[in-house]
Design a protein around this ligand. Structure first.
Ligand code: ADE
Length: 235
């Protein structure tokens, strides 16, 4: 296994590079790819920056240039469900590009010419990641829930309850919203690479989302990502 680890922002990957043995940094396409060994796993860590194109570019490069065989995306997301609270963790079972709409040529949300609306994650990788999250969260002082289900990605930071409600109308089982996962999902589907997405909830995708997001990424996000990935790599 050669594991690619993507996050959008530095805060979401804090500490990971320092934990790498024999780290070598390679800059390509305006991103720094750090190869090395993470708790005995051959890994490549990279920051994609924000949005679907940025994430797709990064995922494709990880596979084509750095030869990764598996990809994990870790970061934060806005809640899209009352049962999913700030601080909770969501492991994606599937991802949807919630701003994809080529209707009437193709049904709304369907990625044209793939026949897919919900891009599935790898079952085994997601199971292992959820297990790692479970072990990490069981040691947390706060009561934190682990959810499995659908995550939506779009090139929009959602900070509007009305906009979120409109999204939920079309996708009732949406658990969280972010801006990269479903793009990585499409790249991995097309290149046949097993991948998984784990997101910690930073905000409620409503009017206070921007402030909550800023606060959360700086305080909690990196600690979670580091702890969960360590558990994952250590098995
Ligand atoms: N990532 C974290 N919070 C988000 C939100 N509210 N919208 C989109 N992406 C996010």
């Amino acid at each position: 296994m050669r594991l690619g680890i993507i996050s959008a922002l530095a805060e979401e990957q804090h500490g990971l590079i320092d934990a790498m043995q024999d780290a070598i940094k390679v800059t390509h396409g305006m991103r720094d790819y750090t190869t090395g060994t993470l708790w005995n796993i051959d890994a490549v860590a990279v920051l994609s920056r924000i949005g679907k194109v940025a994430a797709a570019m990064t995922a494709a490069t990880l596979v084509e240039k750095f030869g990764v065989t598996h990809i994990i995306f870790t970061g934060v997301a806005g809640s899209a469900d009352f049962a999913v609270r700030v601080g909770d963790v969501v492991v994606a079972e599937s991802l949807v590009q919630h701003d994809m709409d080529a209707s009437p040529l193709f049904p709304r949300f369907e990625v044209p010419l793939t026949g897919l609306t919900r891009l599935p994650t790898d079952l085994e990788l997601s199971r292992q990641l959820a297990g790692a999250a479970r072990r990490f969260l069981d040691n947390e002082e706060n009561v934190v829930q682990l959810h499995r289900g659908m995550i939506g990605s779009g090139d929009q930071f959602i900070n509007d309850g009305v906009r979120l409600a409109a999204l939920k109308d079309g996708l009732p089982d949406l658990l969280a919203v972010e801006m990269e996962g479903a793009a990585v999902a499409q790249v991995c589907f097309e290149l046949n690479i097993p991948f998984a997405v784990i997101r910690t909830i930073s905000d409620n995708a409503n009017e206070s989302a921007a402030t909550d997001f800023m606060h959360f990424v700086q305080t909690v996000a990196s600690r979670y990502a580091f702890g969960i990935l360590r558990n994952f790599c250590q098995g």
